[in-house]
Design a protein around this ligand. Structure first.
Ligand code: AMP
Length: 273
């Protein structure tokens, strides 16, 4: 595995690759969720590039940019074992320049839900992903369904800008007790972690309700709120695949989204129906 930190070196290394290239962008502190993306990318491509970059432009002032977990050595070992060909770990100063051309997330999709709570967050996401696509020129790029809105925005970026890359969604990996894996889970104390489980439980309840024929969004949301009484829920929304609110669940076209704070930690999770 080659660890590359310089832009020019990555460009040269990419130039030398023939055949298909899978790409997995991450912010590091890799866990089994990331590994699931990496394994899928590995199995579907001739070459595999992973990036680890804690992208400052997607953090809002006052968010956890400084505190965000950094585990460079462990990330290198994990990627090595997983058969990654190139691990790209650039410095902030080589990725961003002064007064540069930028990209904006769509006005609706980029500013509702997560984008409403974190205005500008998805502008930072599309900016960095566009740069990383330009550098790695992937055949396919892999994104987790856990970040459902991010996934949809990246799909839309590819559609809107006619980019020659296939976006591959990957299912959410969970702990045995249901908690969706996230680099931010390390912030949770024991008691907070117990309370955080109510997020996954509420989604399970929603799934059972739908299977039992309950399709009314308000009824489902009310029961979910009831389960998450002990945490600070930011939103529970039931939307279609384009993130338009649904009054009734439409099978195969619905995502139920939750964002909540447990202590100081902000968590998101969702269920695709
Ligand atoms: P991050 O490092 O948090 O920016 O995540 C990098 C990629 O991994 C994104 O496409 C995420 O959606 C994905 N990811 C994060 N957590 C999970 C998980 N538990 N299961 C599957 N994919 C995940």
């Amino acid at each position: 595995m080659r660890i590359i930190r310089e832009i020019e070196e990555l460009k040269t290394a990419r130039e030398a690759l023939e055949g298909s290239v899978g790409f997995v962008p991450t912010m590091g502190a890799l866990h089994q969720g990331h590994l699931s993306l990496i394994r899928k990318a590995k199995s579907e491509n001739d070459h595999l590039i992973v990036s680890v970059f804690v992208n400052p432009t997607q953090f809002l002032p006052g968010e956890d940019l400084e505190a965000y977990p950094r585990r460079e050595e462990a990330d290198c070992r994990i990627c090595e074992v997983a058969g990654v060909d190139i691990l790209f770990m650039p410095e902030i100063s080589s990725v961003y320049r002064e007064d540069e051309v930028t990209l904006k997330a769509p006005a609706y999709l980029g500013y509702i839900l997560e984008g409403n709570r974190r205005p500008g967050h998805f502008d930072g996401v599309v900016r960095v992903v566009m740069k990383l696509f330009g550098l790695t020129r992937p055949t396919s790029a892999y994104f987790g369904k856990k970040d459902a809105q991010q996934l949809r925005i990246i799909e839309k970026m590819v559609e809107d800008l006619f980019l020659p890359v296939r976006i591959v969604p990957v299912d959410t990996v969970r702990e045995e007790d249901g908690l969706a894996l996230s680099s931010r889970n390390v912030y949770l104390g024991e008691e907070e972690r117990r309370r955080a489980l109510s997020i996954a439980r509420s989604l399970k309840r929603a799934s059972r309700l739908v299977m039992a024929g309950e399709l009314e969004s308000e009824t489902i949301k009310a029961q979910m709120h009831e389960i998450m009484k002990e945490i600070e829920v930011e939103y529970v929304e039931i939307v279609d695949r384009d993130f338009r609110p649904l009054q009734r669940v439409e099978i195969h076209n619905t995502i139920i989204l939750v964002a909540a704070r447990v202590g100081k930690t902000r968590l998101i999770d969702n269920l695709w129906l």
